[in-house]
Design a protein around this ligand. Sequence first.
Ligand code: AMP
Length: 112
Amino acid sequence: MDCLFCKIVAGEIPSQKVYEDEEILAFRDIAPMAPVHILVIPKAHIGSVDEVTAENSGVVAHIFQVIPRIAQAEKLEKGYRVVSNCGEHAGQSVKHLHFHILGGRQLSLEMA
Ligand code: AMP
């Protein structure tokens, strides 16, 4: 499958890893939009939020258990934002489910 994030999981494309276990990987965004900008992904390919099902949602729960640990390690005690772009109107550019962790400065309240 020609998926950028699957290639990162496979180690075919380098990434700046901040967390990894059997199920998920977190790495720094190549074009950071905040002082801390990390992407958290399931290792198994899920295309987007639209493809989350009863069968595969366990990994999403796991991602949300790990996000606070990453935030703590990145010293985001003042807060952070978690975003997942889904589909064309949201501007999803990589078709592998990912959650952006953004923080390290006061973020705009603009949501759209
Ligand atoms: P989205 O636009 O929500 O699909 O987010 C995709 C994100 O992946 C963007 O913020 C990109 O900067 C980021 N990205 C693209 N290629 C890489 C890469 N090789 N390593 C790290 N982040 C990447």
